[in-house]
Design a protein around this ligand. Sequence first.
Ligand code: EPZ
Length: 434
Amino acid sequence: MEKLVIRGGQPLQGSLPISASKNAALPLMAASLLAPGVTRLGNIPRLRDITTFSHVLRIAGAEVTRSGDGLEVDASRIFFPEAPYELVKKMRASFYMLGALLGRCGKARVSLPGGCAWGPRPVNLHIDGIKALGASIDLDEGYVVASSPGGRLDGGTFKLDPSSVGATVNILLAASTARGGSRIENAAIEPDVVVCCEMLQAMGARLGGVGTRTIEVEGVPLLRPAAFSNCPDRIELGTFMIAAAIAGIPGETVTLTRAHPGHLGEDFMEAFRQTGADCDIGANTVSVTAPEELTSVSITTGIYPGFPTDLQAQWSVLLACCPGTGSVTDTVYGDRFNHIPELARMGVRAQVSGNRVVVKGGTQLKGARVMSTDLRASVSLVLAGMVASGTTHVGRIYHLDRGYEKLEDKLSACGIDIRRERYDEFATPQRPDP
Ligand code: EPZ
């Protein structure tokens, strides 16, 4: 098992590069199965989730190899249209295989993803959307078994409620090669979905309304391989902006490079500015200057372009660094607060009630041994360790490695005292001799 050990109190200085987006890369990898031949995906991050999903594609018959800063996916032969539980349970986005395999092979057997660290993650919209395209669906021993009568889906119309990133992607993948036209209403408009649409168009898909809540798809028999480059990670960008605000030297600028500032949405940018942190936006940079004292700003998450739920754990740490009291309300995942008890061990004063946590700032955080429970909870503990006095040990960082590329290298290069260590989680602590 590995942990990150952080000696707090060192300021964050200099510039940090933003890696490629995890949540945009996964739909691109799934889409590559729709075309026989070699698809070249540029700017794919080196993360556990990418490794896991590469295995899922290989099981279906694709050859997936690292090439430069990305991947080459040879989907010439997709002969096993299945996604096994052992991999889908590790990474929910493997469920994209339902739409990809139906779109390519006319049939699919994909494990239901099950829950995650903070509760149920339903897939009813994915299944109902695929049914609306004409697929027949059975549930068998925890697997979704889908097929297209006649080998090709008809196409159809489906309205998402609520708007779902994953369901939008899955329906898009299946509809792209359907016999007729399809329409997705109340579609997700996150950048991850727009980038997926742009790649599908590069592969020959006929889409209208890209980036809007109504996407029209005119099915084509087969797509062609493409070369396509992924976008930067907006959640890593937001995470590092928060890091700069709480750990930067007041008045000294920290610059985030290789970024796509527009992908964060106005709600986050507005809340960030209200904290008093100065934020200068460039074409592909964000320069953050911490104020002498941060202002507590309460936020409520929402679907894009609302405040991203994937940044609410990190925001709670920012609130802990401000005088006064603020709150974080998550309207997307009402129970995504497993990080709060761990932060409390570092002195964060927070009270969870329903889908809201109220954080009372103004106290000096203290280093402690804490445990990651999920990807974004894990990075919130690292942020807290950076500003805490003393040393913080963040355990189970396999969660962190799912979504943050070379985090300790990036932070070390900017002055943070952080290192990765192996440890035995099951070692029995010994009491000192009397
Ligand atoms: C994507 O998950 C992201 N994952 C999540 O990021 C992110 O938190 C989430 O979108 C919301 O922005 C990837 O892109 C791989 P949803 P997804 O379907 O697609 C409800 C991270 O940390 N819903 O948009 O699974 C659902 O309960 C991860 O990087 C249904 O009711 O999210 C939620 O309330 C965590 N039925 C809302 O929709 C369904 O069939 C949005 O979920 C599907 C979703």
